[in-house]
Every structure is written in structure tokens, then in C-alpha cells.
Design a protein around this ligand. Structure first.
Ligand code: ZN
Length: 285
């Protein structure tokens, strides 16, 4: 699919440019229109999917709820995009679809592989999957697996990445926790900034290197803040490691311009059990 996009986007762009030349006195194609306000990009945030109704909650929805969301996106004319599409837009001038949306899953649950991925394949929808290095390592070694609590193994992650529909991103190697005096990957109160940055650098780099090793050279381009906890001091580290984007949990529609800075504070809407993507997106406008 990426290959298809790589081939077809330049063709589409040339065609758009040619048509622009011919029809510029009549109308301007929407995707080439300079728009200072930017292109609206809502991002949906999912975590876990389970079939048992009793286990559904703020971060766990049923396969049926996920399917209904995908059906709504299709019916409403949304086109799901990946981080790579954002980078193509900002850095290479390729167009974004008319009504883009992004589907993101955090934490690397095996339930994504078992339930969400087959539905995404049916619809041909791509999704961003932010994984935690320690979870992938742990379940790659564990004999004990259950969709209720397991996370994807590196083999499963490689299959997802190779599908071209799933873009694996970095959700920290070992900072997805709040019980050791630090909230996610944020700086502790009173912690020395340089020591904090060194710690963050080595943690994130470890997962970048694991991805490169286990995912055929793929290196994540986006950092997904655990629990959405952000520190000002994290940004220089994120940039230094080569990340071009960061996903937060701020609930807002993003306005994407050609300014690369816009990509470091992308907001997302959590999709809890019982509140559909349709309700969320219609309320967000
Ligand atoms: Zn998370």
C-alpha cells in the first residue's frame, strides 16, 4: 500500500498541477489550496479490545464497537492516514486527503493483532500502533499468552509492520509506568534536567534500536508520550533522536500546516466504551 502511495501520489500531484494550470481561472483543487489555518486532522486513540462485556471500560472497547467506528469513518468520507503521510505532506509537499483522520492504538496489546487488525484489513484502513519495548520483550519470551492481558511479540509486530497497514511507533522502552516516582516519561519534580534528558535519551534509543533490529530496519518517526505526561525538557531529546512527531492525549482537533513544529504536539481523542467515534468526531466538529 505504501508502494502504491509512493507511485500514485507523485502521479496524482502531477495531474493536480496540470489541471491547476488548465482550470486555475475557474477553481483551485482543495488539496493545493494554500490554507493558513491548516488542514483539520482529528486523531482517535484506542488501547485494548475485548469481547467480554464485563471488561469494557474507558480504555477497552468491543470488536463490534471498533467495527462500527470503521464503518462510520468510511460512510462519513474520512480517509485514515499514517504519520508517514503527515511527513510526506509537511516535508515533501505531497497532498493530504480531503478529510483525513488518524487511527492510533497505544500500548501494543495483542488484542490489536487479534481483533483490530483483521477489521482494518477489511476496510483497507491504516493505523498507528505505539508499542512499549519492555512489554514486547516480555511477551516474546513468555509462554503464557492470553488476549485479555498479553502484548504483541516481536514476531507479531514484524508481521503488522510488513503488512504496510500498520505503522509501529515508540511509546518508550520502559517508562510506561507511574509507580516509581516518575509519571510516564516526564521529569520528576526537582530532578536535574541534564540527568533527566540522559535517562530519556537512553530509554527511547533502546526501543528505536530494537525496532530497527526486529522490524527489518524500521525506525519509529513518532514518540507517543506515556499517559500523555509531557515535560518541556523532553522535546530536545525527542528531536535529537530524530522523531518528527509526538502524540499527546490533549483532546483537540489538530490543524496541520506546513510548519513542522505543528507535529510535536498532536492532540488525540480517547475512544471509551459506549461513546462512538461518530459521537466524538461530530462533537469535535
Ligand atoms: Zn500507553
Amino acid at each position: 500500500m505504501r508502494l502504491f502511495q509512493k507511485i500514485c501520489f507523485p502521479l496524482a500531484l502531477s495531474l493536480a498541477v496540470a489541471l491547476f494550470g488548465i482550470f486555475s481561472h475557474l477553481s483551485v483543487p482543495a488539496s493545493t489550496q494554500p490554507d493558513e489555518a491548516g488542514i483539520a486532522l482529528p486523531i482517535l486513540m484506542y488501547h485494548h479490545i475485548l469481547k467480554e462485556t464485563a471488561r469494557l471500560n474507558e480504555y477497552t472497547i468491543s470488536p463490534d464497537e471498533f467495527r462500527q467506528d470503521m464503518q462510520y469513518l468510511q460512510d462519513a468520507g474520512y480517509t485514515p492516514i499514517l504519520i508517514s503521510d503527515l511527513l510526506d505532506y509537511v516535508y515533501d509537499g505531497l497532498p493530504l486527503p480531503e478529510k483525513p483522520v488518524m487511527i492510533t492504538f497505544d500500548d501494543g496489546y495483542e488484542s490489536f493483532y487479534a481483533y483490530a487488525f483483521p477489521i482494518l484489513e477489511e476496510y483497507g484502513f491504516p493505523a498507528v500502533f505505539s508499542i512499549v519495548g519492555t512489554y514486547a520483550d516480555q511477551y516474546t519470551l513468555a509462554d503464557d499468552h492470553h488476549v485479555r492481558y498479553s502484548h504483541c511479540t516481536w514476531n507479531q509486530l514484524a508481521l503488522l509492520q510488513e503488512s504496510g497497514l500498520v505503522e509501529i511507533q515508540n511509546h518508550s522502552y520502559d517508562l510506561h509506568k507511574t509507580d516509581q516516582g516518575r509519571r510516564g516519561s516526564s521529569k520528576k519534580p526537582g530532578e536535574d534536567a541534564a540527568a533527566y534528558q540522559e535517562m530519556l535519551h537512553s530509554d527511547l534509543l533502546k526501543l528505536q534500536m530494537e525496532c530497527s533490529e526486529y522490524l527489518s530496519g524500521w525506525v519509529p518517526t513518532c514518540y507517543t508520550y506515556p499517559f500523555g505526561f509531557i515535560s518541556e525538557e523532553a522535546l530536545p531529546v525527542i528531536r535529537e533522536l530524530g522523531f518528527s512527531c509526538a502524540l499527546t492525549c490533549r483532546e483537540r482537533v489538530n490543524q496541520i500546516t506546513k510548519d513542522p513544529e505543528d507535529l510535536y504536539h498532536l492532540g488525540r481523542f480517547n475512544r471509551p466504551h459506549g461513546k462512538s467515534a461518530q459521537t466524538i468526531l461530530e462533537a469535535a466538529g
